[in-house]
Design a protein around this ligand. Structure first.
Ligand SMILES: Nc1ncnc2c1ncn2[C@@H]1O[C@H](COP(=O)(O)OP(=O)(O)O)[C@@H](O)[C@H]1O
Ligand SMILES: CC(=O)N[C@@H](CCC(=O)OP(=O)(O)O)C(=O)O
Length: 268
């Protein structure tokens, strides 16, 4: 009997799905559970979660009496703040997502970028302190975990070749994990996608349009880092990357059915 799937559909089915969640989901326990409940229904799909937690870092730094600054959506990270930032992201946030997932029988495993040498980092040249630029390195650990049906949950703390810890923007971390696995990528945030100059959500966005909107200040803050990360992934993988909301996790099944959700960031 011949099957009726196109090559593209078959690729879509067998590729792992990397889902990046922004930190704000952690402030809404029911949203995280709702997302994990949808992931639990994707029985034949290998899923990897990459998470941020910028808002948790903001709170912890403020509590410790530190001020913090962001440039183009990236946190300036003095070396002295690394213990606190890595403790927040690779510790508190990562362990609490893993615990919530395991309470829902998802058999999650908490990791950071340097575990199993998945991702190597170099220091950003943008004068940001201990901020890392991630590159895919070794997929053995992730492939083994996925084959054994674990749900990997990855924080955006990485390391340089000399062993120093670095803070990586979580959208950049998700792109590197996606490249490592040649996976599909979905960037989930607290809004329904990227808004254009008229304040309406865009269904599609290419590099040229994005540069203009960033220059005009229409795309700002954390959305700048996200759009730049998505453009890089779209360009490298030769396919569009969705930016959508974690507030509507049921959209994931639409994405897997080949429908566009949120804003599709296009390769140029
Ligand atoms: N053009 C834009 N369209 C949508 N959101 C934008 C835009 N420009 C800035 N933002 C802001 O970016 C935020 C998402 O970025 P960020 O807070 O870093 O998300 P996450 O933590 O999910 O990575 C939105 O909540 C919104 O306030
Ligand atoms: C270098 C850099 O900016 N690192 C980010 C890492 C966390 C993150 O990206 O969190 P969200 O996805 O919730 O924004 C930070 O310190 O906030």
């Amino acid at each position: 009997m011949s099957n009726s799937f196109s090559t593209q559909e078959v690729e879509q089915i067998v590729k792992p799905l990397v889902i990046k969640i922004g930190g704000a989901i952690l402030e809404k326990e029911s949203a995280l559970s709702a997302l994990l409940a949808v992931i639990a229904t994707l029985k034949d799909k290998q899923v990897v979660l990459v998470h941020g937690g910028g808002c948790v870092v903001d709170e912890m730094l403020a509590q410790a009496g530190f001020t913090t600054e962001k440039k183009h959506g990236l946190r300036v990270t003095p070396k002295t703040q690394i213990p606190l930032i890595s403790g927040a992201l690779a510790g508190t946030v990562n362990k609490s997502i893993v615990a919530t997932a395991n309470s829902m029988s998802l058999t999650a495993v908490g990791l950071s970028l340097n575990d199993g040498e998945m991702i190597s980092c170099t220091l950003s040249t943008q004068d940001l302190g201990q901020v890392g630029i991630p590159q895919p390195k070794n997929s053995k650990l992730l492939n083994a975990l996925l084959q054994c049906e674990f749900l990997p949950v990855i924080s955006s703390i990485g390391a340089l070749d000399n062993g120093d810890l670095v803070n990586v923007n979580a959208d950049d971390a998700a792109v590197a994990i996606c490249q490592l696995l040649n996976a599909q990528l979905l960037l989930l945030t607290d809004v329904n996608g990227v808004k254009g100059a008229d304040g309406e959500y865009l269904t599609s966005l290419n590099g040229e349009e994005a540069d203009k909107l960033i220059e005009q200040g229409v795309i700002a803050g954390g959305m700048t880092a996200k759009v730049n990360a998505a453009l890089q992934a779209a360009q490298q993988l030769g396919r569009s990357i969705a930016v959508a909301s974690w507030q509507s996790p049921e959209q994931i099944t639409q994405l897997l059915d080949g429908q566009g959700i949120g804003t599709q960031i296009q390769p140029s």
